[in-house]
Every structure is written in structure tokens, then in C-alpha cells.
Design a protein around this ligand. Structure first.
Ligand code: DQA
Length: 142
């Protein structure tokens, strides 16, 4: 079974982007950690990143069409703005787990609403790169 791991805007800069908030691991580092753990769980990881909202929506549809077990979604700032992503999550039966490196609730008020979280199965946030691994553990048990 495959777990899609979809990453939104600015996450391609992980490692150098505000490391005091997001840590020093790059997205490739996180992909490596996920792949190591997925091997033990007998799962495959399909990790992607885009700065474009529509790509994320297309990939959510694709996850269902290809029979993915679950989607881990860090939608970046689209988390807080995108009705289209909210609707896409609602439009598929594939479970979507919202992931964040930081804890948006401890940050600026514009991060306190999550349109992704209002459609997702559950949310893991605030543990840095570990958030992704914890979300993978959850996905493996669905
Ligand atoms: C983020 C939190 C969002 O508020 C922010 O816009 C990001 C990263 C996180 O992983 O902590 O781009 O999704």
C-alpha cells in the first residue's frame, strides 16, 4: 500500500526557511525518514511538493484514483485559506491526515483557523519533522 505525502507552498525551502520555527531537516531528509519507517511497516511513500494549489488538488484526486491507503497533507499556508483544498478532501474517501511542523495555534492568529483540518481525519502538529513520522504511524493503523 502507498501513502501519499503532499507538501504545499514554501516547503521546498525547508532546512533554510525560518529554521528556528521549522527546524533544519530538508524535505528530502524527511522523505528519507518516512521511507525508512515505511519499509518496516510494509508501506510505500509517494512524497511530493508543489507551490501551486491546483497541483495539490489534482494529487488528492489521484490518491483516491490510485487506491492510496492515506494521504499526509502539509498544505503550508493554503491550510488557512483554501476552500478548494477543503472541498477536495471532502470529495475523496481516502483518509487525509493534516500535518504541520510547527503548532499553528501558538503562532499568529491568521494561522488559528485550518480549513484543511476541518475536513481532515485528524491533525498532527508541533513536533517538527517528527510530526510526519507520527502521522505515518497513524496512517498505518487506519
Ligand atoms: C506549516 C504551518 C503553516 O501555517 C505555514 O504557512 C507553513 C508551514 C507547518 O508545517 O508548520 O507553510 O504548515
Amino acid at each position: 500500500d502507498t501513502i501519499y505525502v503532499l507538501n504545499g507552498p514554501n516547503l521546498n525551502l525547508l532546512g533554510t526557511r525560518e529554521p528556528e520555527i521549522y527546524g533544519s531537516d530538508t524535505l528530502d531528509d524527511i522523505a528519507g525518514q518516512l521511507e525508512d519507517r515505511a519499509r518496516d511497516l510494509d508501506l510505500a511513500i509517494d512524497m511530493r511538493q508543489s507551490n501551486h494549489e491546483g497541483h495539490l488538488i489534482d494529487w488528492l484526486h489521484e490518491a483516491q484514483a490510485r487506491g492510496a491507503r492515506a494521504v499526509l497533507l502539509n498544505a503550508g499556508a493554503y491550510t488557512h485559506t483554501s476552500v478548494a483544498l477543503h472541498d477536495a478532501i471532502k470529495s475523496i474517501r481516502t483518509p487525509v491526515i493534516e500535518v504541520h511542523l510547527s503548532n499553528p495555534h501558538t503562532r499568529e492568529s491568521f494561522r488559528h483557523v485550518s480549513l484543511v483540518g476541518q475536513a481532515a481525519k485528524g491533525t498532527i502538529a508541533g513536533f517538527g519533522a517528527l510530526s510526519y513520522l507520527l502521522a505515518l504511524e497513524a496512517a498505518a493503523r487506519l
